[in-house]
Design a protein around this ligand. Sequence first.
Ligand code: ATP
Length: 363
Amino acid sequence: MTKQRPIAIDIQKVVKRFGDFTALKEVSVSIGDNEFFTLLGPSGCGKTTLLRMIAGFEDVTAGAIFLYDQEIAKLPPNKRPINTVFQNYALFPTMSVLENVGFGLEMQGKSRAEARRQAGEMLELVQLSQFAHRKPSQLSGGQQQRVALARALAPKPRVLLLDEPLSALDMKLRKSMQLELKHIQRETGITFIFVTHDQEEALTMSDRIAVMSAGEVQQLGTARDIYENPRNMFVADFIGDTNLLEVSVDKIENGRATCHLGGGHELTCDPVAGVDTGARVHLSVRPERLFLSSEPEEVESLRGRVVENIFIGTDITTILDLGVGPQFRVRASNSDRGNLRVFEPGQNVFVNMERGAARLLVD
Ligand code: ATP
């Protein structure tokens, strides 16, 4: 988020309790104006609860939520310039597509003619003009989802909340809708707050992501930042694929931490604040940051034995046994064919990593 961008939604130390269960524990997040922001986390981490509090469907137990500097606790949902797109679309079955999209505008007091004109514009935005007079049941799931989106955008809310809106769509449609949503967000300039448990979806669409677990924000940042600099075990494991190894830190000297993994393996990596000599912590290495060779290279390397190769079209993953801990994965892009050397199961190899590939994690 750039410094100049005003804050659209400011969530300050928000707590939510249901009876004696705490669903959100002092969550603080600032979401910028015109930002595509994603709340990402596994089922039950509190994403929907947070979204429902922003919408006004749920009270805040403690803390406060501000919308452009105004506290919104006392504003009922229909007085907030915020709209929601739900997973189940919630379209009115007896109304045409055009009437569905114009409904909110008429509720705002616009004349029927004006509501229809604006609804028509929204249908153009989501490329559904030719279906304006159909009933929702005469549309595919993806088309219904776009009607729901047009309907939520039509009253021009300042903030649009999207609760797993793509989860009912098949993978191909889902991927094209992800790009379309990003495009629509850019085009309209409306702040989008998107909820998903799908990390790939979050990485594809978001300006910034809040990774949540157990009612807390574990990390907040751009997709790239979170992927490359995961702050803790949970984030490293949840975002993308990684090799997690238990290590002991033997010494920290000259800006390098020397760690051993057991089984005679040793490697050095950048130290991190909070991890001192003698600590037993985890180390994370992304499979694509590793490469295999038959001879040791001039970089950090570990010895291992190839267990198997898995070919999935775009890349090849080699599973390795290092004789310690869980199996290790090394991934090479299939586009690198010219240079790609595939080792056979049973072969002994060196697993090499460039400086910065291995990261110590504070658990
Ligand atoms: P999902 O991806 O499955 O929708 P989520 O991250 O959106 O999960 P929430 O729906 O926000 O999770 O729920 C967070 C926690 O709060 C869960 O443990 C849930 O059981 C609990 N919870 C949510 N609503 C209520 C309620 N009305 N009463 C009691 N507990 C609730």
